[in-house]
Ligand binder design. Sequence first.
Ligand code: FMN
Length: 361
Amino acid sequence: MKNSFGNAINITLFGESHGAGVGVLIDGIAPGIKIDEDFIAHQLTLRRPSGKISTARREPDEYVIQSGVYNGYTTGAPLCIFIPNTDTRSRDYTPGLPRPSHADLTAHEKYHGFEDYRGGGHFSGRLTAALVAAGAIVIPALREKGIYIGTCINRIDRIGLSDIPTDREGLLAVAESDYGLTDDYAIAMMKDTIELAASEGDSVGGVLETAIIGLPAGLGEPWFDGVESQIASAVFGIPAVKSVAFGAKDIETMRGSRANDAFIVKDGKIATATNNSGGIQGGITNGMPVIFRTAIKPTPSISQNQLTVNMQTLEETVLGVKGRHDPCIVPRARIVIDSVAALVVADMLTVRYGSDALTTK
Ligand SMILES: Cc1cc2nc3c(=O)[nH]c(=O)nc-3n(C[C@H](O)[C@H](O)[C@H](O)COP(=O)(O)O)c2cc1C
C-alpha cells in the first residue's frame, strides 16, 4: 500500500471521504519553519467548492495540527494535520454499482469489498484538502527563499483561457486568485462552460499550467529521479490527472533550431534565451522557470444515465449518479497542484542542501 511520496521529506496521506476525516503526515520536515495559520486556512479556502461550478458539499476544513509544531514553529518531528469531515451524505452512494470511470470497481477488485465505498472512500478528491494543508506549511518558507509557484487554468473543455506568467508579481497574483485566473472575462467563460455542462447533467475537464520560479540550477537527479519524474509522479497521484507535460506545448513539432534554448548571460549568470525545455535538462533544473501542464479529465460522477454492471449479479444496468459532485474538477485542482509542486520542491531542496534547507528562524 503506497500513500506516500518524497525522498528526504515524506508525505503520507490518510483518511476517507465519509470517514472521520482526512489527514497528512509530514516526516523529515526542517525544524524552525514558521507556521502561518492564516495562510493554511486561506489555501484551504482556495480548494473549497464555491457556487454552481462545484459540488454542494460544504466542509469548513477546520484543520488540527496534531504534532510537530511548538510555539509557532515546526519542531522537526513528524507533523500530522487532521481535517475532520462534517458534511457527509452516504445514502447517495449505491454499493455494488460502480460509477463509470471512478475508482469504485478497481478499489473493489483490489480490496475484495472491504473498501469504504462511501463517497469514493480513500480515492476521493476530499483527501486533497490534506495535501493543500501540507503545501501551506512549506509555501511561505519557499517564498522566503525566492521560490514562487502558481497554476492557472489554461483550458476548460475546448476553451483556451490563460497562460501562466513567469514573473514574480504575475505568478503571485495567479496563486492568490480565486480560480487561478486574473482576467474577469476568462473567469466568466470558465463559469459559463462549466455551468452549461452541469445543466445537462454532464461534466468537463481541462488543462492547468504551472510555473515554479526561483529554483536554483542543479536540483534533481539523473535518470529516474529527475525533476520531471518527481513532479509527474506526485502530480499523477492527484485524482483525475490524466497527463503531465513539461516545457513548450508543441515541442515535438519544432525543429531543433527552434526548440533549442540558446545560452545567454543575464544578470551575470548563464541563462537561456527561450525556455522550451521548461527549465529542466537531463532531469536537472537549469535555473529557468519550471513549466508544466496537467490535463484533468471530466468528473466521472455525472447525473446522466450511463451503463454499469452490478458487481454481485453481473447484470448490466443503468446508473445516473446521485449526490453532490463537481461538474468540473479543474478550478479546485489548481491549488492542489501548487501544493504538491511545493512539497516536491521542498523535498528536492532538502535532498540537495540538507534538512535545514527550509528553516526560516
Ligand atoms: C479536488 C477534486 C475534486 C473531485 N471531485 C469529484 C467529484 O465531485 N466527483 C467525482 O466523481 N470525482 C471527483 N474527483 C475525481 C475522482 O476522485 C477521481 O476521478 C477518482 O478517484 C478516480 O481516479 P482517477 O480519475 O485518477 O482514475 C475529484 C478530484 C479532485 C482532485
